[in-house]
Design a protein around this ligand. Structure first.
Ligand code: SF4
Length: 382
């Protein structure tokens, strides 16, 4: 049995353009000139216009990619105008944009603020020139610092930086310096991602040739726990496995929706949507997505309907990635006792080993638990 709450939804807009493709990147990105960008904007207008019948009210809008900041402010304004005209957007909706340090200038930051973007995610990846070179990034460490300062001066409510950790040969000292730089800059939020080597990328090919190796699991876990230690010591909270905030006001309101089954609608190539128990996703390749819309065909590439058991598994998996954890009573009310069953001795063992914090019906992961979050769900479910 599913009891659905009607919560405001999140709107995700995928902007697939990048000025070059990074050797580790597995996202749906493309390098394209003015014509393809213009075709994208036309197609997006049409996809937004055709999405009103979902009947959703949105209180977050997230421009991700790709590199949304590579669109000109008037192109971003056009997308926002279409959204405002066609969809039900709450007046206080949070607007979130991913920004590449290369694109940051005072004028650009002021233009993004004019468009009411309040949450800026800056794709720094590293504050080391050497690492940035290895990652194939076009910006340097000084550019990244300058960009963060410019966004702070422009008055974004939350300035977040993205960092990658677990690079081949990365030392604890190096990662400590990265985290100290985050704190020195005075930004409000950090998203940090473990380097994952994907097949089909340049790094994937180098990995297959034996030229590249990810840091071993223990090394990764040590760096991850150091993140909690250093940022926690500065009063920050690790509120989700990959996300840290300098206070609850700086948590990402949009990303929360992905973690607690709040509905979200994704528009643009590769974007995913989730409503109730239905999930669907768009054509991953920008050309196929654009062609489908131009030819009046659906740009949706696939869809699935989740069973109660699948939804419950996801709710536990996603919940145990967040500091708020899960409420077993609420899950039992939502799914019924038969579906929402736990392996009680396993929960007790994980509490004794310090991976889980159990307080009545609520189970939360400790930082040690978050370091092995992938394994928690399989352990606590029968
Ligand atoms: S800038 Fe980001 S989205 Fe674009 S290619 Fe690099 S990692 Fe991928």
């Amino acid at each position: 049995m599913i009891i659905r709450e009607v919560k405001p939804a999140g709107l995700y807009i995928h902007v697939p353009f990048c000025s070059s493709v990074c050797p580790y990147c597995d996202f749906a990105v493309t390098i394209a000139g003015a014509d393809r960008r213009s075709a994208y904007l036309d197609a997006l207008d049409r996809e937004v216009a055709g999405s009103a019948d979902h009947g959703l009210r949105f209180d977050t809008v997230y421009f991700g990619g790709g590199t949304p900041s590579s669109l000109a402010p008037d192109q971003l304004a056009r997308i926002l105008a279409t959204i405002n005209a066609r969809l039900d957007l709450a007046p206080d909706a949070t607007r979130h944009i991913e920004i590449n340090p290369d694109d940051v200038s005072r004028a650009a930051a002021a233009a993004w603020r004019e468009l009411d973007f309040t949450f800026a995610s800056l794709g720094v990846q590293s504050f080391s020139d050497e690492v940035l070179g290895f990652l194939g990034r076009r910006h340097g460490a000084a550019d990244a610092r300058r960009a963060a300062g410019t966004l702070l001066e422009a008055g974004f409510t939350t300035v977040s930086v993205d960092l990658i950790f677990g690079l081949p040969g990365q030392t604890a000292d190096d990662w400590r310096r990265q985290l100290e730089t985050v704190l020195e800059l005075g930004v409000h939020h950090l998203s940090c991602y473990q380097l994952t080597i994907h097949d089909g990328t340049v790094f994937g090919r180098r990995h297959a040739l034996g030229e590249l190796r990810e840091l071993d699991e223990d090394g990764q876990a040590d760096l991850y726990l150091m993140t909690h230690e250093i940022l926690g010591g500065a009063g920050w909270e690790g509120y989700e496995v990959s996300n840290f905030a300098a206070g609850a006001d700086h948590r990402s309101r949009h990303n929360r929706k992905y973690w607690d089954h709040t509905p979200y609608l994704g528009l643009g190539p590769s974007a995913h949507s989730f409503v109730g128990r239905r999930r669907w996703w768009n054509q991953r390749k920008s050309r196929l997505w654009t062609a489908a819309i131009e030819e009046d065909r659906s740009p949706i590439e696939g869809r699935e309907t989740l069973s109660d058991a699948e939804l419950f598994f996801e709710a536990v998996m996603l919940g145990l990635r967040t500091a708020d954890g899960i409420d077993r009573d609420a899950l039992q009310r939502r799914f019924g006792d038969e579906v929402a069953a736990f392996d009680e001795p396993a929960v007790e063992r994980l509490a004794e080993s310090g991976h889980l914090l159990v307080d009545g019906a609520r189970i939360r992961p400790s930082s040690k638990g978050m370091a092995v979050a992938e394994g928690l769900v399989r352990t606590v479910l029968p």
